[in-house]
Design a protein around this ligand. Sequence first.
Ligand SMILES: Cc1cc2nc3c(=O)[nH]c(=O)nc-3n(C[C@H](O)[C@H](O)[C@H](O)COP(=O)(O)O)c2cc1C
Length: 183
Amino acid sequence: MTDNSATVQCDNLASNCRGLPSASRESFLAVMGRIFSLVAIITTDGPAGRYAITVNSATSASADPPIVLACINRRSPLYDAIIANGVYCLNVLAHGQEHLSDCFAGRPRDGAPFDFTAAQWSAASTGAPILTGAVASFDCALLEQHDIGTHTAFFGRVLEVREAGVVPLIYGSRLYTRPDTAA
Ligand SMILES: Cc1cc2nc3c(=O)[nH]c(=O)nc-3n(C[C@H](O)[C@H](O)[C@H](O)COP(=O)(O)O)c2cc1C
């Protein structure tokens, strides 16, 4: 087993972390980067404008009531926009939408980064863009937010769910693929 023990001390995130060792950023990123996860495009629209970025930090937080979360870097323009608009939509990508993942991660294969014309969209009841062809879309009202390290966890109360019944996209080890068990 690799020894990822600590070279730095834990930040003062909470009193129970003080003085404890911390895994290094490098070992953390190396291991997390090898773990396959879903890929989603989180969108928002409203008074602050329309924005979208690619995330793999989205997950379910609660079923009763339905709540999802996604962690967004506070340097992203989406961070301010979600707070101002008070809504977002989590669009879980389908296998075949790799180019959209790259586009909304700011590294398009062709064309301009963050270009909404690269895909087709419709408006959710909140006004947030729903991506056509996504595996699932979760239209959310912003419920709570928690700053954590460089990111903020945005908890969204799910107002509406849509599902397309298509094969999901997964990402790990810098590769896009599909789950083996997917039909
Ligand atoms: C597969 C993948 C997952 C990502 N997950 C997140 C995430 O969960 N949260 C986040 O803030 N940024 C995430 N990013 C990075 C943002 O998409 C990207 O940094 C952002 O769009 C800004 O791009 P820029 O650094 O070129 O300005 C992810 C990128 C990729 C390719």
